[in-house]
Design a protein around this ligand. Structure first.
Ligand SMILES: Nc1nc2c(ncn2[C@@H]2O[C@H](COP(=O)(O)OP(=O)(O)O)[C@@H](O)[C@H]2O)c(=O)[nH]1
Ligand SMILES: [Mg+2]
Length: 303
């Protein structure tokens, strides 16, 4: 996983190390670095920002002849990425749920956002299982009232996990379904309510308005944006759009079990300032892994 992105970072540091840097060499190094980032699904704007950092540090290192330029570049990149990831912070959902339940009796409400096919419904089931394994009770609300079969799909997953699903008919207002879910969870002392939603296309203004309405009505404790890591750059523009129109508190990247280049995780954190909290690693309920920032950065930068 993330091998190509890792190569992009090590290529730039070793190129700087090996070459007597003429201006032409420098341009090549920088150009290749940017290309490698984009090939690894890093968003254009993020690739440009990182490239500018490399340029700055290489130019600076030429002044100080005693410094090893590759180390200077490596350190600079490490600092930039560490800063971006630490600004985004990290989230312990289970701890958040426990805290809210202790304070108010619960439920802690998590709203799932994202376009169709990214893995929202499957991820609702995985997060439910993750919570259950840590001793928390869970219910789900079938907020995708648009796509034929969506309610049944959630109900089937939930049935296997003995999770109650609150639902209405197709075409119902998803905000009302969410509200029903909260009422059910309160009445039955359920610790955590997970609200599934519809996707459609991210350019659909109605979808953004519908999601914003759910947020206004339900006031979720946590809005999670679900992105398909395989869609790379597209996942990043979706994240920016949802962040702008609805807002979210953290992201889950699904399908990270496939050949994923890592750029989506980097770009989402860098461009939205929100943390990645889990990686989806397969279709099973246990295929959900908390995102480990230090491990991710460590593998990219060989820390
Ligand atoms: N390989 C893999 N497939 C996944 C993962 N998450 C979801 N899927 C698959 O992606 C497809 C779409 O998932 P679904 O939950 O229906 O997406 P939704 O439209 O966003 O609700 C399904 O076939 C899932 O089994 C994952 O982490 N890895
Ligand atoms: Mg779905």
């Amino acid at each position: 996983m993330f091998d190509r992105l890792k190569q992009a970072f090590s290529a730039v540091t070793s190129a700087v190390k090996e070459k007597q840097l003429s201006d032409k060499d420098l341009d090549d190094v920088v150009f290749n670095f940017q290309l490698a980032l984009i090939e690894s699904d890093v968003a254009q704007s993020v690739a440009e920002a990182l490239t500018a950092e490399v340029q700055k540090s290489v130019a600076g290192s030429k002044v100080d002849r005693s410094a090893d330029p590759s180390e200077v570049v490596g350190e600079r990149l490490t600092t930039v990425l560490q800063a971006a990831f630490s600004k985004a912070g990290s989230v312990d959902l289970v701890a958040n749920v426990r805290e809210k339940v202790k304070k108010t009796g619960g439920p802690y409400v998590v709203l799932f956002l994202g376009i169709n096919g990214t893995g929202k419904t499957t991820t609702v089931a995985k997060v439910a299982s993750f919570m259950q394994k840590r001793g928390l009770s869970v219910a789900a609300a079938a907020g995708d009232t648009h796509r034929p079969g969506a309610i049944e799909q959630l109900t089937e997953h939930a049935g296997r996990l003995s999770v109650k699903v609150v639902s209405q008919r197709y075409g119902a207002d998803p905000a009302a379904v969410g509200r029903d879910g909260v009422l059910y969870a309160k009445a039955h002392h359920v610790d955590c309510l997970l609200i599934d939603t519809a996707g459609r296309m991210q350019t659909n203004q109605n979808l953004m308005e519908e999601m914003a309405k759910i947020v206004r009505v339900v006031k979720p404790d946590f809005r999670v944006f679900v992105a398909d890591a395989l869609t790379g750059n597209d996942a990043v523009s979706q994240a920016e759009l949802f962040n702008q129109h609805v807002g979210f508190d953290g992201a889950i990247l699904t399908k990270a079990d496939a050949d994923v280049r890592g750029g989506a995780a980097l770009s989402i954190v860098y461009s939205t300032g929100k943390p990645v909290i889990f990686l989806g690693m397969g279709q099973g309920y246990d295929d959900l892994v908390p995102f480990d920032t230090q491990k991710f950065l460590g593998s990219l930068l060989e820390l």
